[in-house]
Ligand binder design. Structure first.
Ligand code: ATP
Ligand code: MG
Length: 404
């Protein structure tokens, strides 16, 4: 910012970083807004790259950090290109340069439209963001329904920021969501994947899930999961998803890693099982039924959220490994142990036992199997000794065995 100032331009910190700093939170990253054009920014820095074809942004590199520098833009209200949206969801009209005040009004929430001025260390506030920040209210700039229609992802952002900041969503911003939630289905699936990760992997996944369901947004993101949740069978499916979210929130709180595929596989597990059960009824064998069910559920899911191939692959593995936990004799358990997805699949199994979806004893066996030495492992995987056959009852024993 000082470099830009020295070159004769205005430069402000803007957006999430100002909001977070004012609230005493640690900003994720820093965004800068300036009246210099992208070309002028590039000339002021050696370590700068321009990105985006139509929506040009300057990325200034400092070691491993990237500072995004955007030129003030105006919203050109009333023009006929108003409603046009790019593939990635940015508004076409966003590309017209403007003044700082115009730049403020095109942003989403008032608390996201605060500018920190290095000239005099003041905050420039054109939309009432400081007032909202002090009372803990999240309000959209302008008419809420219009702003949601312009970019439906703002409904997801409303949920995300309300939860992240612990703010109340302004009632006027809340009302239209129920009716407009369905508009999310028109958003490119790739953009929704990114949003979904931000929503669920920020440490408050469970709360986010509840709020998304409340507004009818979850059903647009995960239609099959919503269908299962809505047709609750003795309270079981709902418990599984919420337990998975709770588990992932706890991991984040403890500084442990979380992977997108674990949660995503939890969201869709009930749907996969249901479909597999149907296929088994129709005569498929178990393994075949689960493989087909997994493919089918994933192909429906990627229509709303485009989950990358490597992630769907891992989801599939977590699901398909579940039945392999039942095989506890001979060399199979050892092979399962070396599978790259073993750990995740095991955690998944534990969750299933906690919510009544699998026998507790099974998870306990695997917990023990991982922790004991080789000799003990051998004992655990030894085939059960066949009872000594007495000649007279041999036929009987055989019959009983095949019954098992
Ligand atoms: P965080 O980075 O903590 O998730 P943020 O507020 O920085 O939050 P970004 O997605 O990084 O969010 O966007 C930076 C800024 O760009 C926002 O603060 C907001 O002013 C503006 N912005 C982002 N997305 C939109 C949108 N869909 N509509 C209008 N303005 C937006
Ligand atoms: Mg940001």
């Amino acid at each position: 910012m000082y470099r830009l100032k020295k070159s004769g331009y205005e430069a402000y910190l803007v957006g999430g970083c100002v909001r977070d700093l004012l609230l005493g939170l640690e900003p994720k990253d820093f965004d800068v807004a300036t009246n210099a054009s992208p070309e002028q920014v590039r000339k002021a820095f050696r370590n700068c790259r321009l990105i985006g074809r139509r929506f040009r942004l300057a990325h200034v590199h400092f070691g491993r950090e990237i500072i995004e520098v955007a030129t003030f833009r105006s919203s050109e209200k009333g023009s006929d290109i108003d409603q046009k949206v790019h593939e990635d969801g940015r508004l076409l009209r966003d590309n017209v340069f403007g003044s700082i005040e115009e730049d403020a009004w095109r942003r989403d929430f008032t608390v996201n439209a605060l500018y920190y001025n290095i000239q005099d260390f003041s905050i420039a506030d054109y939309t009432g963001g400081m007032e909202d920040l002090s009372v803990g209210v999240l309000s959209l700039i302008g008419d809420p329904a219009t702003r949601y229609k312009e970019d439906p992802v703002r409904m997801l952002r409303a949920v995300r920021f309300a939860i992240k900041l612990g703010f109340v969503l302004d009632p006027e911003c809340e009302k239209p969501i129920f009716e407009l939630a369905h508009l999310l289905s028109g958003i490119p699936a790739a953009r929704l994947y990114d949003e979904a990760l931000k929503l669920f992997l920020a440490g408050k996944g469970l709360q986010t899930f509840e709020m998304l369901r409340h507004y009818g947004l979850y059903s647009v993101l995960f239609p099959q999961s919503e269908q299962c949740l809505a047709s609750e069978e003795n309270n079981f499916p709902r418990v599984f998803v919420t337990r998975a979210l709770e588990n992932s929130d706890n991991r984040i709180a403890e500084g442990k890693s979380v992977t997108p595929y674990f949660l995503l596989s939890a969201f869709l597990w009930e749907s996969v099982q249901e479909l597999a059960r149907e296929k088994i009824k129709e005569g498929d064998n178990e393994s075949f039924a689960f493989q087909n069910a997994a493919s089918q559920v994933l192909s429906v899911q990627v229509k709303s959220i485009s989950i990358p191939k490597r992630v769907t692959q891992s989801m599939r593995e977590v699901w398909l490994l579940q039945s392999r936990f039942n095989k506890r004799v001979g060399s199979r358990p050892y092979r399962l142990l070396t599978h790259p997805r073993f750990r995740a699949a095991y955690d998944f199994l534990v969750l299933r036992t906690e919510t009544g979806g699998a026998e507790k004893e099974l998870a306990e066996w695997w917990t023990t199997f991982q922790s004991v030495n080789e000799i003990e492992q051998k004992k655990m995987t030894r085939p059960p000794r066949k009872p000594k056959k007495k000649k007279k009852v041999a036929g009987l024993t055989k019959a009983k065995e095949s019954n098992d």
